[in-house]
Design a protein around this ligand. Sequence first.
Ligand SMILES: Cc1cc2nc3c(=O)[nH]c(=O)nc-3n(C[C@H](O)[C@H](O)[C@H](O)COP(=O)(O)OP(=O)(O)OC[C@H]3O[C@@H](n4cnc5c(N)ncnc54)[C@H](O)[C@@H]3O)c2cc1C
Length: 270
Amino acid sequence: MKAAAFDFDRADTLAEALVSETGDKPVAGNQSLGPMMNLRLVRARRLIDIATVPELRAIVETPEYVRFGAATTHAEVEDGETPDPTSGWMRAAASNIAHRAVRNRGTMGGSLAHADPAADWVIVLTGLEATVVVAGPDGERRIPMADFMTGPYTTALGDNELLVAVEVPRPGPAARWGYWKFMRQVGEFAKASATVLIDPENGRHLCALGALGGPPVVLPDPLAIIERRVSAADIVPSALAGRPLQSFAMHVAALERALARALGEEEDGA
Ligand SMILES: Cc1cc2nc3c(=O)[nH]c(=O)nc-3n(C[C@H](O)[C@H](O)[C@H](O)COP(=O)(O)OP(=O)(O)OC[C@H]3O[C@@H](n4cnc5c(N)ncnc54)[C@H](O)[C@@H]3O)c2cc1C
């Protein structure tokens, strides 16, 4: 099947990128929107290509964070063309998203706006306590990543708002990180995923689960998990109670593997 007919424009500025008319849709890498339109799950009167808008391509470094323009591609992070505030964690995560052809075009902002529950950036950026920067007719606002995804394929983006950037805080020098995802084959979306952040200098400890059919779940009392006072097998079923999952086993295992990586007990790699 092919997409229904639509008009197409390329935006050169952020003002042009801000979608204002009913039926307009921004398109960045087109790696998710294209398939959805071809299946006629989504229709648009006009697509506005935002992939080359300078404000959405900008990278800004501050002592506290790196701000990634929404149109930063997965491949640019993978290739180290952007600074990595996490000293390699983001680069490793990017290199395991889909296949290289998808990573060449797919963008960080497009992935978050699309909000596939199994997407990598959704869980990774939640686990890194990133902040999403959104612009719209009423100006700019900031949304913590943990509040950005509100349901499957649903976000806190309002009508006519555009995701312009993602701010990723710099962890301290002693910080540790683990990310694990189970996939049936390399290049496929995750069946279960988990992240563990240990950032003692900044007092940040976070454990999160992803690929749950909805937004990631940030687990309570992360220190108890990190210090192994509570086991993954104990915490995961209670944290996911009521969810329509056939089994918690993969999420229990994903959390155990992410924790082992963060504690340096297991090699990095997908
Ligand atoms: C075969 C295949 C395998 C894949 N496997 C994985 C995987 O394993 N892990 C993973 O994480 N992803 C995977 N993906 C998805 C891929 O990462 C996409 O690149 C990503 O989800 C969407 O990014 P995009 O830039 O292509 O967005 P687009 O397809 O251009 O847009 C997606 C949606 O977001 C909106 N949008 C785009 N940019 C913005 C913005 N700045 N502000 C507001 N709205 C915006 C669009 O209007 C559209 O609704 C896969 C895709 C394919 C085709």
